[in-house]
Design a binder for this molecule. Structure first.
Ligand SMILES: *Cc1c(COP(=O)(O)O)cnc(C)c1O
Length: 800
């Protein structure tokens, strides 16, 4: 941008005096924040309408990314960065006498997502705009985002996240573009005079969907795309109601507001709740109406040439039958024609292999809420099964496991595969498992549909924005062109033996660690040693992610130290952050256990502060931004075959952490680029896990009885860990379920590999070289790379 520090500072000052008539009241943090937002939004609005105008005129093919979640994080700083104004603004704020951080933290962090899936959607929007592609997001403007986590006495409690309590500066309500959503009621088919069928509805519930637009600013390219979030509101015509209608009306009003009321807090877990189904239909119905309105001047048959819709997991997969409905019932196309168009528009991203996360809806619930959509799914299913029966006789006996409707359930992943032209997994191993196991028969039916798009992260947010000192060091060393072309980070490989460079890398990490140590002290009262290894596991709390394995390692080390206080180990600080789904009992138990272990380890003077355990509450994007630049060791220890990709692994790699991990998800692709000597790989492989499940030949009891370290730990838990009775449940749960995630089986290899980490960290130069090698190869995991692959491989887009 054209401003220098002085100009921006003066602009902030004049904006403040325009906003606040009382010239005597002092300028304050909120006033500065408000002024900066205002200045920036003015700038954005100009480029935004220019971008929209350009799209209107040149009519490029566009992508629409449908997602129930967008975990955006705070936007002010990233907007400034993309406008090349971040350094200028930091300086201007300082000259006004404030701390930039304090100003940026006035912004609410909108928690409109659970974890990786929602954050991926946010990184994708950033990269799509930054690569000048015409692409936009569609989601829901939940009034309550993911709950705020408070830890009370070691237990998680959930507080509502009312993120809209102060005006959110980046959204613009577009009431004039509201659309009506219709649900429930009855529907029946009637013959028209010409013999065609018309669908008639009675007693439908009507809801208004009002769009709120958030600008998505591309990096220094004047492209501003749009994230459109829908708010559910009652239809306005309530003034003159008959008296007996009054309560009915109030009830309807209440149920309308509910639809965009809150985000369901389950990650990698599905719950068949009616309100959730309403939310999903609300999202897709509103978004499709909006899109078709934009394309009303072209014929339905040409739609697939002009737009593509990517659906983020199955949550928005109702878009498939909903578009079909519009083409049949409203555009009056023939089934074959309408189906062909529909199938050419949708591309589906699968995010999980875990059965408990696969969405299925009970037929009865579904039919009551979406009667017409149900009819259409029945017809899709009928034709699909017919086709197999007639044309794929060898698959006849597989029909029950392929059918979209089976066992009184609607299987959304099957619907998504049948109704789209592309099906992708999110890491190589994940896509392979889809083809060879989970969706094997679908793969044989539609081999060309399946492809891989390994996840990525925005290097602008997750490196340039969160780690300015490292960014400077890199740019001073290899120039700045890597910011546009992150693959050029590999130029850093020339410096792996440059002691001066490595020394600077070290000092940056140390400074980041000191900053995090200060935050830890301020929030928890725990003092941590910045010379210790910062060993970090931050992600949703889930059994498959195996935070419990990490805890077992801590207990092992503690037991060793108690036995031999002189034991020479590298001091470690174990840092956790994780939210558990509110009704996920076991996950909450593990949170409690971490706090219990912390309360024992942190205050035991006999171990001389060699171990510290820290749990930072309320994990979200803003907290991740603080922890990641300070991480030495990134824990990515999921049971192999369970983590589809992971993206936390990529963020920490990009900031110079070394990974200890299983061969799972994108860890495998990390290993392929950095080589195994620059990572710490351990544990069962995905095919070994698979075969154990198949053969049913794992006996958790045996494994633990034969390892005295495990006997000790498990008996400590069973006997109520140093007086903490609540830990008993974990012991009983683990053994009574036969350790389904192989914590006991992988324990020994994990501990050995951690011993390697311990030793490696003491070889400072070599550790730093490894750290640099990780940074140098992390450009592969920029979401720019991923989006480039989606754009050419699936979307067939040209740059705008
Ligand atoms: C990146 C990110 C995640 C995903 O982390 P994984 O380790 O891949 O599960 C979850 N939550 C937040 C806030 C994130 O920033």
């Amino acid at each position: 941008m054209e401003w220098d520090v002085k100009q921006l500072r003066e602009k902030i000052q004049t904006t403040i005096s325009e906003n606040h008539s009382d010239q005597n009241s002092p300028i304050s943090v909120p006033k500065v924040y408000e002024a900066i937002c205002q200045i920036l939004m003015e700038l954005i609005e100009k480029d935004w309408s220019r971008t929209n105008q350009k799209y209107d005129e040149t009519k490029p093919k566009q992508v629409f990314y449908f997602s129930m979640e967008f975990l955006l994080g705070r936007l002010l700083q990233s907007y400034l960065l993309n406008y090349q104004l971040l350094n200028t603004c930091n300086q201007a704020i300082k000259e006004l006498g404030f701390d930039p951080e304090e100003i940026y933290y006035c912004e609410q962090d909108p928690g409109l997502g659970n974890g990786g899936l929602g954050r991926l959607a946010a990184c994708f929007l950033d990269s799509t705009a930054s690569l000048s592609y015409p692409g936009h997001g569609y989601g829901i403007r939940f009034r309550y985002g993911l709950f705020e986590q408070r830890i009370i006495n070691g237990y998680q409690t959930e507080l509502p996240d009312y993120w809209l309590k102060d005006r959110y500066p980046w959204e613009i309500r577009r009431a004039d573009e509201a659309v009506t959503i219709q649900l429930a009621g009855h529907c029946y088919l009637k013959e028209r005079e010409d013999g065609s069928l018309i669908c008639l509805y009675e007693n439908q519930e009507k809801i208004m969907a009002v769009p709120y637009d958030i600008p998505i600013v591309g990096y220094d390219n004047q492209t501003i795309n749009t994230l459109r979030l829908w708010s559910a509101e009652p239809i306005a015509d309530i003034e003159e109601q008959e008296e007996d209608q009054y309560y009915h009306q109030l009830e309807q009003e209440h149920s309308s507001w509910q639809i965009s009321g809150f985000l369901y807090p389950d990650d990698s877990h599905y719950e068949g709740k009616q309100l959730r189904l309403k939310q999903q239909y609300f999202l897709v119905s509103a978004s499709l109406q909006d899109i078709l309105r934009k394309y009303s001047s072209i014929s339905s048959a040409t739609l697939p040439k002009k737009l593509v819709i990517q659906i983020n997991d199955t949550h928005p997969s109702l878009a498939i039958p909903e578009l079909l409905r519009i083409l049949l019932d409203e555009k009056r196309l023939e089934w074959e024609v309408a189906w062909e168009i529909t199938r050419k528009i949708f591309a589906y991203t699968n995010h999980t292999l875990m059965s408990e996360a696969l969405e299925t809806w009970p037929v009865d619930m579904f039919r009551e809420l979406l009667p017409r959509i149900y009819m259409l799914i029945e017809e899709i299913n009928e034709r699909f099964c017919q086709d197999i029966w007639l044309n794929q006789p060898h698959l006849r006996q597989k029909i029950p496991s392929l059918a979209i409707i089976a066992d009184h359930q609607i299987h959304m992943a099957r619907l998504a595969v049948v109704g789209s032209f592309s099906v992708n997994g999110v890491a190589k191993i994940h896509s392979e498992i889809l083809k060879t196991r989970e969706m094997k028969d679908f793969y044989h039916l539609y081999p060309k549909r399946f492809n891989n798009k390994t996840n990525g992260i925005s290097h602008r947010r997750w490196l340039v924005m969160v780690n300015p000192r490292l960014t400077h060091l890199i740019s001073d060393t290899i120039g700045t062109s890597w910011v546009r072309h992150p693959r050029e980070l590999t130029h850093l490989l020339r410096y792996t033996k440059d002691t001066f460079f490595l020394e600077q890398l070290h000092s940056i990490k140390q400074e980041n660690k000191r900053k995090l140590a200060a935050i830890i002290h301020q929030r928890t009262g725990i003092l941590v040693d910045d010379q210790s290894i910062f060993d970090v596991q931050i992600k949703r709390m889930h059994e498959y992610k195996r935070q419990l394995l990490n805890v077992f390692h801590i207990l092992y080390l503690y037991n060793e130290l108690k036995q031999n206080p002189k034991l020479d180990i590298t001091p470690r600080t174990f840092i956790f952050a994780a939210k558990a789904a509110p009704n996920y009992y076991f996950a909450k138990e593990v949170i409690k256990l971490i706090h219990t272990v912390a309360s024992i380890v942190n205050y035991d003077h006999t171990i001389h502060g060699k171990l510290k355990v820290v749990f930072l509450e309320n994990y979200n994007v803003s907290l991740a931004e603080k922890i990641i630049p300070a991480t030495d060791l990134s824990e990515q220890i999921s049971t192999a075959g369970k983590e589809a990709s992971g993206t936390g692994n990529m963020k920490m790699m990009m900031n110079g952490a070394l990974t200890i991990g299983t061969l799972d998800g994108a860890n495998i692709e990390m290993k392929n680029v950095v080589q195994k000597e620059n990572m710490f790989i351990f544990g069962l492989k995905a095919d070994e896990v698979y075969h154990i499940y198949q053969n049913n030949d794992y006996f958790a009891n045996e494994v633990y009885q034969n390892d005295e370290r495990l006997v000790r730990i498990l008996h400590q838990l069973r006997d109520g860990l140093f007086g903490h009775q609540e830990c008993k449940n974990i012991y009983y749960h683990l053994l009574s379920t036969n350790d389904p995630f192989f914590i006991l089986k992988d324990f020994s290899d994990y501990v050995e590999t951690q011993q390697l980490v311990d030793h490696s960290y003491t070889e400072k130069q070599r550790w730093l070289a490894k750290s640099l090698i990780n940074i140098a190869h992390s450009g592969k995991f920029s979401s720019d790379q991923t989006i480039q692959e989606y754009a050419t491989g699936i979307w067939k887009l040209r740059k705008g």
